[in-house]
Design a protein around this ligand. Structure first.
Ligand code: C2E
Ligand code: CA
Ligand code: CA
Ligand code: CA
Length: 279
């Protein structure tokens, strides 16, 4: 029994070491990807439930490394957050997304909005708001076309600081959406102070609306909450017509999900929206 215990311990230590190795390797390669400008963005349409048309897109980080292959965004973001790389990466994402939107606008695709995900660490940067303003000036994008997505958990790390920042962003005309709504520890009395435009219902709830009574009840309650607070609601992760019907019956205004489109490279999204406009 003693031997077994020791083997287990060795196995555990070995496992820990290779986990640490992987993290070190990821950090190194991610740093390099940022320097070499080889990170990419995918865009996923946010679709109007009634008209079936794309109102905006969410920008999502994509990283394919020559040695490691495709790294899942959740893993890349976790490393970036742990190492602080999220600050320069987040800035790259914002600049890239804003210039893409401006290219689409000048090529006639009109007033789409772009949603960019933010990490809590970015809000701790002293000059975050002026950096955002600088990127808007640099790229020429109108602030009304930009929106940030932030989770409740990220807000609650330092609510006073987050509030101060979002009041400034709001006065510039930039919108705030609450991401993965319902999964964090929601502190509604905190949240109500924020200039929120939109609640995004987490896809873990959307997934169950046609099969699970509790998920259906939760999504119904979240949409009703959004309505009564005069907020827009986006259902994430809509994969089936039945799920979309459920959202439509409850008067959810927008949805995102594989049913309409996976996140795609800019060129594909440009073609998709052009085709919509032509139809
Ligand atoms: P998120 O912000 O909640 O993004 C939505 C995720 O759901 C995306 O995963 C998207 O590909 C996926 N998704 C969309 N529709 C469907 C669907 O119908 N079914 C299923 N199963 N999944 C769907 P992705 O791209 O892997 O990103 C994962 C997370 O990584 C994001 O979750 C976000 O938290 C984070 N992330 C991605 N890009 C960035 C970024 O630039 N900055 C920051 N801070 N976080 C990012
Ligand atoms: Ca998001
Ligand atoms: Ca989300
Ligand atoms: Ca998520």
């Amino acid at each position: 029994a003693k031997d077994l215990g020791r083997n287990k311990l060795q196995f555990y230590e070995h496992g820990m070491r290779s986990m640490q190795d992987r993290r070190n390797q990821l950090e190194q390669r991610l740093r390099l990807a940022l320097e070499e400008n080889s990170l990419k963005l995918a865009y996923q349409p946010k679709v109007d439930v009634d008209s079936g048309r794309t109102r905006g897109v969410e920008a999502l980080l994509r990283w394919t490394d020559t040695e490691l292959g495709e790294v899942p965004p959740e893993e890349a973001i976790a490393i970036a957050e742990d190492t602080g790389l999220i600050v320069p990466i987040g800035e790259w994402v914002l600049r890239e997304a804003c210039s893409q939107l401006e290219r689409w606008r000048t090529s006639g695709l009109g007033e789409l909005t772009v949603a960019v995900n933010l990490s809590a660490r970015q809000l701790n940067e002293k000059d975050f708001v002026s950096r955002v303003r600088h990127i808007l000036e640099e790229t020429g994008l109108a602030p009304e076309q930009l929106e940030f997505e932030l989770t409740e958990t990220a807000i609650m790390q330092d609510p006073d600081n987050a509030l101060r920042i979002f009041r400034q962003l709001d006065s510039l005309g930039i919108a705030l959406s609450i991401d993965d709504f319902g999964t964090g520890y929601s502190n509604l009395s905190q949240l109500k102070r924020f200039p929120i435009r939109c609640l995004k219902v987490d896809r873990s709830f959307t997934a169950g609306v046609t099969s699970d009574h509790q998920d259906a009840a939760i999504v119904r309650a979240l949409i009703m909450l959004a309505h009564s607070l005069d907020l827009e609601v986006v259902a994430e992760g809509v994969e089936t017509d039945a799920q979309l019907d459920f959202i439509r019956r409850l008067k959810g205004q927008q949805y995102q999900g594989y049913l309409y489109s996976r996140p795609l490279p800019a060129a594909d999204i440009g073609r998709l929206i052009t085709a919509e406009r032509g139809a």
